[in-house]
Design a protein around this ligand. Structure first.
Ligand code: BG6
Ligand code: MG
Length: 218
């Protein structure tokens, strides 16, 4: 039987933590007197914590000392974790369990490929940590998306060649990373934003098991 490697981003794909990242970054930016819009937030999706803060400071034409930068990073994460700590299984996005269940039934290996250093904490909170064959996150990579590193490591850990891997992503940077890794990219979100993806769906309710079956067969 054909085996494909399925790789899931976390934030905005499995759980809607993208909204918590937004709230925490907005508070931090506004406290510094910097405006922060939803459009700008789109540019931060999939982007590492360090790069995100650099971008916000750049947008606000603000520079800070190294110590201040470290303190701001810590502040953002502390604030973000207050949201994360309230999370339960209820926050798993609709029909994600349906797809994970189907992959298990079909004996298709799947991994997590996330930029977040909080990935394991979140997966524990929503009780999915045991389901993934491999978890590659912000603590395992040196190059942030759009670099393909995170997905290439995940493919290696799944023991599947990149060309046979399928990536689910909600961010532009993540779709670019999947494409750069020569994987099939599936965008979860808006067509206008994720146009570089091979396939785009609003969310997992639009993804049928028949579609997944086709991906496995091809
Ligand atoms: C990505 C998010 O998954 O992880 C980004 O889309 C976030 O918004 C990045 O900045 C890093 O996450 P964390 O949890 O380590 O700050
Ligand atoms: Mg994401």
């Amino acid at each position: 039987m054909n085996k494909k490697g399925f790789i899931f981003d976390l934030d905005g794909v499995i759980v809607d933590t993208a909204k918590y990242h937004f709230l925490a970054w907005k508070k931090l930016a506004n406290d510094l007197g910097i405006d922060f819009s939803e459009t700008q937030n789109e540019e931060l999706k999939g982007v590492s914590r360090v790069k995100s803060l650099e971008k916000i400071l750049q947008w606000g034409n603000t520079s800070v000392s190294e110590e201040q930068f470290a303190a701001l990073m810590k502040k953002k994460n502390t604030d973000y974790l207050t949201y994360v700590n309230t999370m339960t299984e209820d926050e798993i996005l609709a029909d994600v369990p349906k797809i994970l269940h189907y992959l298990k039934e079909e004996k298709q290996p799947f991994a997590l490929g996330s930029a977040s250093k909080n990935a394991r904490t979140i997966l524990e909170k929503v009780a999915l940590i045991k389901d993934f064959k491999s978890i590659v996150d912000g603590t395992n990579v040196s190059k942030a998306k759009p670099d393909p590193e995170v997905f290439l490591i995940a493919a290696k850990e799944l023991n599947i060649v990149p060309e046979d891997c399928i990536v689910f992503e909600d961010s532009v940077a993540g779709i670019q990373a999947a494409n750069a890794a020569n994987m099939i990219s599936i965008g979860i979100g808006k067509k206008e934003t994720l146009k570089e993806a091979d396939y785009i769906f609003k969310d997992f309710t639009e993804i049928s098991t028949a579609f997944i079956k086709q991906l496995i067969k091809n």
